[in-house]
Design a protein around this ligand. Structure first.
Ligand SMILES: C[S@@+](CC[C@H](N)C(=O)[O-])C[C@H]1O[C@@H](n2cnc3c(N)ncnc32)[C@H](O)[C@@H]1O
Length: 211
């Protein structure tokens, strides 16, 4: 990251409300022990997700890609009374860690974990979603979008992370993940059932509302 961008990010961080102690502990645990810690949403993006949730006040959030539970805990902050976050992931090891941090939080009864393939679990969920966060394997983004779409209420939202893929979506030659994310962006942009905005926050957030 160049010096200007770094300073701007630090400035943004210094004018952003703090996260809870559990979220801070979880982030520090991740940076200390995980080589793939860049998968975690991070402080500013976490606060953005929490703010979206506070604005939407969802009853049911579906998250595809739990990792260590950081973003699930951020979304939980905006739930209405009695609301829940359903989060799913294939990784048993990270799931155990996620559960242990959620257990320490005030949202321990509001986050429901599912372990398994996203594409298998989603069709089995009976709920209607107010908000869906797509943040798992990139080649399946369009698949996840199509699987969840009919389960999102009209006026509900879908947010997809990493849609700029470190800027690689601009390159002529695209690897599998980059092509999948670019195809996802093209599909959303051409979908007249939604209103969408691609926010260049962190690695890119596609935010869309089902009309
Ligand atoms: C980028 S991380 C999620 C980060 C988390 N949402 C956050 O912001 O802190 C992606 C997660 O997707 C999971 N994943 C990968 N392939 C999957 C699949 N087929 N079904 C469900 N989860 C999958 C990985 O195990 C990983 O934990």
């Amino acid at each position: 990251m160049d010096e200007f961008k770094k300073e701007i990010l630090e400035y943004a961080e210094s004018f952003t409300s703090d996260e809870s102690s559990v979220l801070r502990e979880l982030r520090e645990h991740c940076y200390a022990y995980y080589e793939d810690s860049s998968m975690l949403s991070g402080f500013v993006q976490g606060r953005v997700l929490s703010m979206f949730s506070r604005m939407i006040r969802p009853r049911v959030v579906l998250e595809i890609g739990t990792y260590l539970g950081y973003s699930a805990l951020c979304f939980a902050e905006g739930l209405v009374d009695g609301g829940k976050v359903i989060t799913l992931d294939v990784n048993e090891e990270t799931n155990k860690v996620a559960r242990s941090f959620v257990e320490k939080s005030e949202y321990k009864d509001r986050i429901e974990f599912h372990l398994g393939e996203g594409a298998t679990i989603i069709p089995s969920l009976p709920e209607t979603f107010d908000l869906v966060f797509i943040d798992a394997d990139k080649p399946n983004y369009s698949n996840y979008y199509n699987l969840v779409f009919k389960k999102v209420r009209r006026g509900g939202f879908i947010i997809a992370d990493n849609v700029l893929w470190s800027g690689k979506v601009l390159e002529e030659e695209k690897d599998e993940n980059t092509q999948a994310l670019h195809d996802f962006n093209l599909m959303v942009q051409a979908d007249d059932r939604v209103s969408n905005v691609l926010l260049p926050i962190r690695d890119g957030l596609m935010v869309l509302c089902k009309l």
